[in-house]
Design a binder for this molecule. Structure first.
Ligand code: NCD
Ligand code: ZN
Length: 354
């Protein structure tokens, strides 16, 4: 029997939300993103966070030196907003082309966010500045109020904070990052063209059950936390709709295995080794492979008003065995590992490399 290969060729995609970390961890993961993505918006939640022009320049240089030779991968740098950041830093860094966007982490909402913003009203002058200069605002959209149920944090953030923000700054370009709920999907669809959202591969594949099947599975713990099945279905519909307000942002967030499986494990899913393949799986299952290019390669550049990538890549439908772990290096003679998303599974899609 002759089997025919199914290939799809799309413009080279970008990752509009990525954690690359620092040091040996960064060395181990950069190549995984550079293998597929031309550009990536690099999150500033290092410890200490990126809060100055100098820190962003240094970090960018380190990323570039860790990028495999011959790759045209371009890190797009972000600045971490704090209560007392000066508007001048935003203006200068943005005008000099160092910062691509600014990231808002509500204080204590996620990994390395303790220096984030304690009260949004404190930084209204920064929003004013960003609106004036056209600098995009990227939001981790969760309230941190301990009285709010962890599964409701995104929906409540939208009501309490995002609605007033859009009302007060109608010309500010905002990306609600890694959305996880039907509420967010509807809100973004019904808002102005200045609001868009990124969607991760993992929130398209898993619902909250994944964390608890047969015991606690910390590999599936990330923030915002995966929600009920109906939310996952709403996200799949949104991502595969081709609508310009939804685009690819992996939120690949590597943590060493040892930091995932402790009494206070870190939030984050490392999906970079299989991100595009994982999205392709979803688009295939939904019968929407024709919309993959819009989501992965066109909607993001259009929203951010940057050129669409000149090159193309090809995905082919053939079995793709995902490794159980990736080695990062050794510490005290022990191999340090990170477990990727889909570890041990066989995906149906592979990226063709020349
Ligand atoms: C991210 C990380 O580890 O930096 N974790 C995560 O669960 N997504 C931070 C973030 O984007 O919330
Ligand atoms: Zn993130």
């Amino acid at each position: 029997m002759k089997t025919s290969l199914i290939n799809i060729r799309i413009r080279q995609p970008d990752d509009w939300h990525l954690h690359l970390r620092d040091g040996s961890l960064m060395q181990a993961v950069v190549g995984q993103s550079a293998r597929v993505f031309r550009r990536a918006v690099v999150m500033p939640n290092l410890s200490p966070p990126i809060t100055s022009i100098e820190a962003a320049i240094n970090y960018k240089e380190k990323i570039n030196s860790a990028t495999p030779l011959g790759s045209s991968f371009e890190p797009l740098m972000t600045i971490y907003l704090t209560d007392d950041l000066s508007p001048n830093v935003l203006v200068n860094g943005y005008k000099q082309g160092v910062f691509f966007a600014a990231k808002l982490y509500p204080a204590n909402s996620t990994t390395n966010s303790s220096e984030g913003v304690s009260d949004l009203r404190l930084i209204y002058p920064l929003f004013e500045t960003m609106q004036q200069i056209g600098m995009p605002l990227l939001i981790h959209g969760e309230v941190t109020d301990p009285d709010v149920d962890i599964f409701d944090r995104e929906a409540i953030f939208i009501e309490r904070h995002l609605e007033p923000l859009l009302y007060n700054y109608p010309a500010l370009r905002i990306v609600l990052e890694h959305i996880t709920t039907e509420n967010a999907v509807q809100f973004v669809e019904n808002s102005s063209r200045n609001l868009a959202a990124t969607i991760t591969p993992h929130h398209l594949h898993i619902n909250r059950n994944a964390m608890f099947l047969g015991g606690f599975k910390s590999d599936f713990y990330c923030l915002p936390i995966a929600k009920r099945e109906r939310h996952r279905l709403a996200l799949r519909k949104a991502a595969t709709s081709g609508k310009p307000c939804f685009f690819l942002g992996t939120d690949s967030a590597p943590h060493l295995r040892a930091f995932k499986e402790t009494s206070c494990g870190c939030a984050g899913i490392f999906n970079a080794p299989v991100a595009l393949e994982s999205y392709a799986e979803v688009f295939d299952q939904e019968g929407s492979l024709d919309k993959l290019e819009s989501f992965a390669s066109l909607n993001g550049p259009n929203f951010y008003q940057v050129p669409i990538n000149p090159d193309f890549i090809t995905l082919t439908k053939k079995p793709n065995q995902v490794p159980s772990f990736i080695e990062v290096g050794t510490c005290e003679n022990k191999v340090e590992k990170i477990v990727p998303f889909h570890a041990g599974e066989i995906l149906n899609w592979s990226v063709l490399t020349d």
